[in-house]
Design a protein around this ligand. Structure first.
Ligand SMILES: Nc1ncnc2c1ncn2[C@@H]1O[C@H](COP(=O)(O)OP(=O)(O)O)[C@@H](O)[C@H]1O
Ligand SMILES: [Mg+2]
Length: 249
C-alpha cells in the first residue's frame, strides 16, 4: 500500500466536474511530478488534498498511510505529516525569515523547540540549500526576488520535514531563477530526507533540475499518461497537444 493513494477521484466546484477519475500513488522518498496544460485541474487536486471547502469530492477515495484523508480536517492532515503548498504571507514587516520558520515549526510541535536546537537545525539546512545568513535575518519577503522567495520556501520545507509535500508551482510569475531554486532545493531535500514530494507544474523546465521517479500528465481532469523522467522530456519536445492526440487514437 502506498503512503498516499488516490483512487478514482472525482471532484467538482458547484456542479462543474473538474477532476474526472484520478488515480495515483505517492510514497515517502519519491518525487512525483504532475504536469499538464493550464486549466487541466492540477491546482484543484492540490486544493482537494488540502481539504479546501470550495471543492466537493463526488466519487473515489484518498487514503494517507491507511487513513481516510477525506474525513480529516485541514489541520489534522497537516498534523498527520502532509504539507500542502505554502501558506505563505506576501510580506511581513518586522518578522524575520528565521522567526517566521520557527513559528511555523512550533505550530506543528507538541512543545516549542529550544532556540539553540532550532539555530542548529537552521544552520544545517542553510548549508544544505546554500542559503546566505543575510537572507534569514531579513524581514520576510520584503523586497525579495522570486529566487529568494523560493529559497525561503525550500528552507521552510526542509525544516518542517513533513512526510509528504505537495508543491503547486504553477505561479505564472515564477522566473527561471526561482525554478532553478525549486528544482535544486527539491532534489537536495529528497536526497537527504525520506520525504515524498508531489511537484505540480506546467513548466517542464523545472524538471531539468529534478529527476522525478514518476511523471503523470493531467489533461481535462484525467491522467492521460504516466511514465518516468523521460516523459517530461517528451513533453518538452512535443508539447501536451501531441500527447492528447496520441491518447485519442
Ligand atoms: N471557482 C471556480 N468556478 C468554476 N470553475 C473553476 C473555478 N476555479 C477553477 N475553475 C475551473 O477549473 C478548471 C481547473 O482549474 P485549475 O485546477 O486551476 O487548473 P490548473 O491548475 O491545471 O491550471 C479550469 O477549467 C477552471 O476554469
Ligand atoms: Mg494551477
Amino acid at each position: 500500500m502506498a503512503d498516499l493513494e488516490i483512487r478514482n477521484l472525482h471532484a467538482a466546484i458547484g456542479d462543474k466536474e473538474i477532476l474526472s477519475g484520478i488515480s495515483l500513488d505517492i510514497n515517502q522518498g519519491e518525487v512525483v511530478a504532475l504536469m499538464g496544460p493550464n486549466g487541466s485541474g492540477k491546482s484543484t487536486l492540490a486544493f482537494v488534498l488540502a481539504g479546501h471547502p470550495k471543492y466537493t469530492v463526488t466519487k473515489g477515495s484518498i487514503t494517507f498511510q491507511g487513513k481516510n484523508l477525506l474525513q480529516m480536517k485541514p489541520h489534522e492532515r497537516s498534523r498527520a505529516g502532509l504539507f500542502l503548498s505554502f501558506q505563505y504571507p506576501s510580506e511581513v514587516s518586522g518578522v524575520t525569515v528565521s522567526n517566521f520558520i520557527r513559528t511555523a515549526l512550533n505550530a506543528r510541535l507538541p512543545a516549542p523547540i529550544k532556540i539553540v536546537e532550532f539555530a542548529k537545525r537552521l544552520k544545517e539546512k542553510m548549508q544544505l540549500l546554500n542559503v546566505d545568513s543575510k537572507l534569514v535575518n531579513r524581514y520576510l519577503n520584503e523586497g525579495f526576488s522570486g529566487g529568494e522567495k523560493k529559497k525561503t520556501e525550500m528552507l521552510q520545507l526542509s525544516l518542517l520535514e513533513p512526510k509528504l509535500a505537495i508543491l503547486d508551482e504553477t505561479d505564472s510569475g515564477t522566473d527561471v531563477d526561482a525554478l532553478r531554486v525549486i528544482g535544486e532545493g527539491v532534489t537536495k531535500i529528497a536526497q537527504s530526507t525520506n520525504m515524498g514530494i508531489l511537484i505540480i507544474t506546467h513548466y517542464n523546465r523545472i524538471l531539468h533540475y529534478i529527476q522525478p521517479h514518476q511523471v503523470h500528465v493531467l489533461v481535462a481532469g484525467k491522467i492521460v499518461k504516466s511514465g518516468g523522467a523521460e516523459l517530461a522530456h517528451e513533453i518538452e519536445k512535443h508539447g501536451f497537444d501531441a500527447m492528447k492526440a496520441k491518447e485519442v487514437r
